[in-house]
Design a binder for this molecule. Structure first.
Ligand SMILES: Nc1nc2c(ncn2[C@@H]2O[C@H](COP(=O)(O)OP(=O)(O)OP(=O)(O)O)[C@@H](O)[C@H]2O)c(=O)[nH]1
Length: 218
């Protein structure tokens, strides 16, 4: 799996095309945004082949390291508006793990003053026979970068996916509580916080109805 901004986690948990975030800006996989936008721009088309995060992880890492990302790049645009990030690598792909640090540094460069929450996720935790990244490598990197770390399997346990987003949402709320968000709140009304229990229940319902559907037909 490529270590884009959380593509794996989102593609396992949600629709094939990412949903539009509450702010109306083009959705960026793995980012959480709580800012409403008065005039949403159209969803940008993202070919699965060239410019959008289908680059190999090493290519992302190089682009970030070499300062090749321009403000107009999709990644840079996402990094500017997002309130939180999931950086997802695959435990079966060491390159994807190595791409996490430069991506993290890019985020910190774009937000030098704000502690925008970043959660690091090691995905494909079920593929132990193909493991290239040890759990302690993930823990160590997350400790070093001051991020939360979770190792999950999106294919084995959808609750893992809920947990990841729950952690990130908590971190985002925490960071808003202590940062300049209060100042912004006086200008822009904040959307209501999602009720995570309710979201989890609805997510389970949706999944179980999908599982039941084939037997109902047969
Ligand atoms: N075994 C296993 N397979 C997974 C897991 N998550 C995703 N996959 C599989 O990995 C493949 C790629 O998943 P995508 O969601 O397309 O993610 P991606 O980052 O675009 O893909 P790659 O970079 O090709 O891995 C698909 O076949 C998924 O079913 C996981 O946790 N365990």
């Amino acid at each position: 799996a490529a270590a884009g901004l959380g593509r794996l986690a989102l593609s396992a948990a949600g629709p094939a095309r990412p949903a539009r975030p509450p702010c109306g800006r083009p959705a960026c996989p793995g980012t959480v945004c709580s800012r409403p936008s008065p005039s949403p721009p159209p969803i940008a088309s993202r070919p699965r082949t060239s410019s959008w995060p289908c680059w190999a992880p090493a290519a992302w890492a190089r682009a970030v390291q070499d300062n090749l990302l321009q403000v107009a790049d999709p990644l840079s645009r996402c990094v500017q508006w997002a309130d939180g990030f999931l950086l997802v690598y695959s435990i079966t792909d060491y390159d994807s793990y190595q791409a996490i640090r430069p991506l993290y540094q890019h985020i910190r460069k774009v937000h030098p003053d704000a502690r925008v929450p970043v959660v690091i996720v090691g995905n494909k935790g079920d593929l132990l026979h193909a493991r290239q990244v040890q759990t302690h490598d993930g823990v160590q990197l997350a400790n070093e970068l001051g991020s939360l770390f979770l190792e999950i399997s999106t294919s084995e346990n959808y609750e893992d996916v809920c947990d990841v987003f729950q952690h990130l949402c908590k971190e985002v709320s925490k960071s808003h509580g202590v940062s300049g968000e209060r100042r912004r709140a006086s200008i822009i009304p904040r959307p209501r916080s999602p009720n995570m229990q309710d979201l989890k229940r609805r997510f389970k319902q949706a999944l179980s109805s999908k599982v039941k559907a084939p037997s109902a037909l047969g």
